[in-house]
Design a protein around this ligand. Sequence first.
Ligand code: PLP
Length: 381
Amino acid sequence: MSDSRIYLDNNATTAVAPECVEAMTLCLREHYGNPSSKHAIGEAAKTRTLAARAQVAALLGASPAEIVFTSGGTEAIHQAIWGSLACGKKRIVTSRVEHPATLMLLEHLQTTQGVEVVELGVDGQGRLDLAELEEAMTEETALLSLMWANNETGVLFPIEEAAALAAAKGVSFHCDAVQAVGKIPIDLKQVPLDFLSLSGHKLHAPKGVGALFVRKGRKLPPLLFGHQERGRRGSTENVPGIAALGVAAELAAAELASCPSRLTSLRDHLERSLLAALPGARVNGGEAGRIGGTSSLTLAGIEAEFVLDKLDRAGICASAGAACSAAGTEPSHVLLAMGLSPQAALSTIRFSLGRYNTEAEIEQVASLLPKIVSGLRAEAA
Ligand code: PLP
């Protein structure tokens, strides 16, 4: 793939940071031992996982013992949700705009285990109503599960407030922070949530590694049984992936002071230019608090699929709604929940910016997209 491509699909996945590649290579070449082995090569691998655990914990304001390494965000989410049912209660409160990793599992639990799933709606800007949330959490509720930042729109949920409400009601709280970790400061000493999921490949580590934060004292059965991760997640550790996740967490922590505002200003620049050049275009969630780099743009009367194809041919990678549903032409459940018509949802493009994007790239996209749209309109006329 040519280096000249402009990659604006960072919410789907990110480029692996060179520092992470280096950490992985060292594990593959030299620290290839099994962390459970007692010899020197096993000890070297164990040292890598211990370092990574401390690095991930530091990014979250957690303690290393509260971090369980998983195969990614989906597994972490599954462990938190499935495990929460061990308390015997069968009611889970969530939102209508969660990632399929949450919603598809909940649908399965509803049909196969009779779990009552309460899905809270959002307003036209993708915001949650805290009064509605408070009311939904009853004594019978096993878990509240909410995402921190939406993968399609970037809209942030009020997780601090939700955590306080859940704690006051005695309801366990899991947060899918896959799109928030490394993008906003998170200090779990200040936010009383119980479980939090994150994924390596959204923060410049590779795919296939993630972590679940389990607050000290909270009981959560494993999905995979075995002695690793202190019995909380069996299977021999993915040491190269874990080492890379640790390095990615350290890089993200160092960058948190400057990167979010840099990404916000790049995104604002893109949105200002496109809204001025494309009559009828609108930003979804534009009035809500959002993470810096995400822009969900609905183009009036033009299918996203055609625009994305032209962008791709011009060397620009973006997506329509969530990447996971890119194979289908179903309108995004997130945009429908925000009140968009199916047609408007299918006319929506997501640009998601990341560490390696530059002002010059944004200018190129801002000048090219209006030309693509008017070309397509002329073809259709
Ligand atoms: N949650 C959110 C908000 C996501 O954006 C994603 C990935 O797109 C996931 C969960 C799943 O993470 P993973 O791909 O690591 O399983």
